[in-house]
Write a protein that binds this ligand. Structure first.
Ligand code: DP6
Length: 383
């Protein structure tokens, strides 16, 4: 039997955003948040871990590169798991003195800013918990690596409860519904061509917490009631309410970012155009049929029901013409009727402003690969 454990974990995209920390060391957030976990068959992180007596030091390889494992967030996860294993006596003492090798990859470009750290840390702590045999709330472990990662340890729609304990013990994620509950729910990710390096989430949150006069209102007033309404809307499969709450929360989150000093600016002209087009489209259809949401970057994530997908893809192709053959593969894309595009009263944009589109759906949480398809070879080094 191999002593290598390999896990695959999904990304998640929040519909009620996490922004701001009550405790930066423990990654305890100021507010609850809610997200959809996306199908790991389309976008995922994969991590192999292994402990051996002959390893000289803890080592980490990320996307093919040997990187330092001594970064704070990796150390927090690894230390916590070793402490738990010792307390729980889940492995013998010798095993706990041996070093670990970790090799991790994303199947999508990290640079695209697509929640890669969420998938990565969910994957890492799931694999290490199995390796060390610890029994614990895996979401709390993932949170130590990157806050939003705690939501990627479950499938379906997930709520991260901010909690109130100083030690973060009640700051954990819980599933709202599983991935089979609302199977019509699909997701389009519009990867916006943009090379600008934006402020990282971790840094942006610090600036916002220190300087924004709006964040307090968001955390005390708007988000608490919005989170409850969102969970209810998901359970009722009430798309119009889900969509309105999602868009309002994305807009408020970016307003809070803009109210920081200096401002954290994540949306670009293309992002704003997408927002305009979606609102026009929803107006024309008489109720919200598509919801946009933006994280700390210009890429749009659209939540929509399956029946809307062909029309919305056509809409995107019309307004954001692409010279790429692989702009979006394998999806129906009927021509838009002229009356329809005329009614929207927006002209198509220049070419290639959207790099590509990913079509996916709400999916399951992390799972172990038992097919020997490890990233580490039999000596415990990257293949
Ligand atoms: C805008 O989880 O990346 O995507 O806890 O500092 O690692 P750290 O931040 P991170 O923040 C994600 C913020 C967000 C909103 C969200 O996913 O809820």
């Amino acid at each position: 039997m191999s002593d290598i454990i390999t896990v695959v974990a999904p990304v998640n995209i929040a519909v009620i955003k996490y922004w701001g920390k009550r405790d930066a060391k423990l990654n305890i957030p100021l507010n609850d948040s809610v997200s959809g976990t996306l199908d790991a068959k389309v976008m995922c992180a994969k991590t192999s871990v292994c402990v051996r007596p002959d390893f000289e030091e803890d080592r980490l390889w990320l996307n093919g590169e040997n990187v330092s494992i001594y970064k704070e967030n990796f150390q927090k996860c690894l230390n916590k798991i070793r402490i738990l294993a010792k307390e729980q006596k889940s492995r013998d003492e010798k095993f706990l003195t041996w070093k670990v090798h970790i090799c991790s990859e994303n199947n999508f470009p990290t640079a695209a800013g697509l929640a890669s750290s969420a998938a990565g840390f969910a994957c890492l702590v799931t694999a290490l918990s199995k390796l060390y045999g610890v029994q614990t709330d895996v979401s709390a472990l993932a949170r130590l690596g990157s806050g939003s990662a705690c939501r990627s340890v479950y499938g379906g729609f997930v709520r991260w409860h901010a909690g109130s304990n100083p030690d973060g013990s009640d700051s954990i994620a819980k599933q709202v519904v599983d991935s089979s509950y609302w199977p019509e729910m699909k997701v389009l990710i519009l990867v916006v061509a943009d090379n600008k390096k934006s402020t990282s989430s971790t840094k942006g949150m610090i600036i916002t917490a220190k300087t924004s006069e709006l964040i307090d209102h968001r955390c005390r007033v708007t988000v608490p009631s919005r989170v409850e309404k969102m969970c209810e809307a998901i359970k009722r499969k009430d798309f119009p309410t889900f969509a309105e709450l999602t868009m309002k929360d994305s807009n408020e989150f970016h307003a809070v970012c803009l109210s920081s000093y200096p401002p954290c600016v994540y949306l670009t002209d293309v992002s704003n155009k997408i927002i305009e087009i979606i609102h026009r489209y929803n107006e024309m259809r008489g109720s919200p049929k598509v919801a946009y949401t933006f994280d700390a970057g210009p890429n749009a994530c659209l939540y929509l029901l399956e029946e809307e997908v062909p029309k919305v893809i056509s809409l995107i192709k019309y307004f954001f013409p692409s010279s790429s053959e692989t702009f979006i593969k394998g999806l129906p894309c009927p021509d838009l009727k002229e009356e329809f595009t005329n009614e929207l009263q927006i002209s198509p944009m220049g070419k290639d402003l959207i790099k590509y589109v990913i079509y996916t759906q709400v999916g399951d949480g992390p799972f172990e690969l038992n097919d020997k398809n490890h990233l580490l070879n039999e000596n415990g080094y990257p293949k």
